[in-house]
Design a protein around this ligand. Structure first.
Ligand SMILES: Nc1ncnc2c1ncn2[C@@H]1O[C@H](COP(=O)(O)OP(=O)(O)OP(=O)(O)O)[C@@H](O)[C@H]1O
Ligand SMILES: O=C(O)C1=C[C@@H](O)[C@@H](O)[C@H](O)C1
Length: 288
């Protein structure tokens, strides 16, 4: 019983750690999960390129899907990803979504608008697994829904409610410094202090003013989480929006390509990886 699926990384419009309301947009960076189920009863996991990586999340995704749709199967899940881990680009949501879809496929459970399960419901299985594994603060339904559905989403993570979704076609520039920042380690109390700014960002996002929204988000959460704002200030004259992504350290700018190429000249002078990409509107998909 074999299943394979792909899900997307994402950037941040609004970090949900202040109020529980969040917003994210899918980018063209993929995580693939390959799941083989058997009658062993236990689930093993592996992460390509990270032999010591924490596989609790993906193992929990398999277990939750088998508990609901299977018959006591065990097996093995392996992920392979373009999304840097713990860098603010929703690697956890991409891994969870890909693993859930691959396990559903291995069990021949169809996923889609007119199928047994729609993709939003499948996404919630991964959110539950992320809470079980302790890799999230709020459940990150904003991250997970953007990764699964594509486009930009606005969510209330306290209720795992999808407040808005829009297919957006943006060019984006990503700077990922060498450091890593796990969401579970973020200073939530400090984030809660910027709640008035988060409320403003939510209003802007729900009004479709995503560029302004993410820029305010970036200034507020860079201050709350102790990240430099220089990369954002460098980008602002040339981008429609720029923000710290997730709980950092990556910074993402969106806008027209010429402007982003100007920003790339600045960010290339910084340690780390700077890469041009685009948003994705198709979301996650089953391969086999
Ligand atoms: N490719 C992967 N395969 C399996 N598990 C992964 C993978 N990538 C990330 N994870 C899991 O997600 C955890 C990192 O999640 P975390 O939320 O801290 O980072 P992120 O999602 O990249 O950043 P952010 O949530 O700030 O956008 C890892 O410790 C691991 O448990
Ligand atoms: O773990 C979480 O709850 C989150 C982590 C970050 O990606 C945030 O950007 C997201 O809004 C919520």
């Amino acid at each position: 019983m074999y299943g394979e699926a792909v899900a997307l990384g994402a950037g941040t419009v609004l970090n949900a750690l202040a109020t529980g309301v969040g917003s994210a947009f899918a980018i063209d960076a993929e995580t693939t999960a390959r799941v083989e189920l058997d009658d062993s009863g236990t689930v093993e996991g592996a992460i390509a390129g990270a032999p010591d990586g924490d596989t609790r999340l993906i193992r929990r995704c398999v277990e939750r899907v088998v508990d609901r749709f299977g018959d006591g199967q065990g097996g093995h899940v392996r992920t392979e990803s373009d999304v840097p881990m713990a860098a603010g680009l929703k690697s956890s949501s991409a891994a969870a979504n890909a693993t859930v879809l691959a396990t559903l496929s291995a069990l021949d459970v169809s996923v889609g608008d007119d199928a047994e399960l729609d993709r939003e419901a499948a996404c919630r299985i991964g959110v539950a697994a992320a809470r079980d594994a302790g890799v999230t603060v709020t459940g990150a339904f904003d991250d997970a829904s953007a990764s699964m559905l594509g486009g930009v989403t606005v969510t209330d993570n306290a209720a795992d409610d999808l407040l808005a979704r829009e297919a957006v076609d943006w060019d984006a520039l990503v700077w990922t410094p060498p450091a890593r920042a796990f969401s579970a380690d973020a200073d939530v109390a400090r984030c809660e202090r910027v709640a008035p700014m988060a409320d403003l960002v939510a209003e802007l996002a729900l009004d479709g003013r995503y560029g302004e929204a993410m820029t305010v988000n970036g200034l507020a959460f860079s201050a709350a989480l102790g990240f430099p704002t220089d990369p954002a200030v460098e980008a602002m004259p040339h981008a429609d929006g720029v923000s710290l992504s997730g709980t950092g350290p990556s910074v993402v700018a969106v806008g027209d390509r010429d402007g982003l190429e100007r920003v790339r000249d600045y960010w290339n002078q910084r340690e780390g990886d700077t890469w041009l990409t685009t948003t994705r509107t198709d979301g996650a998909r089953v391969i086999e």
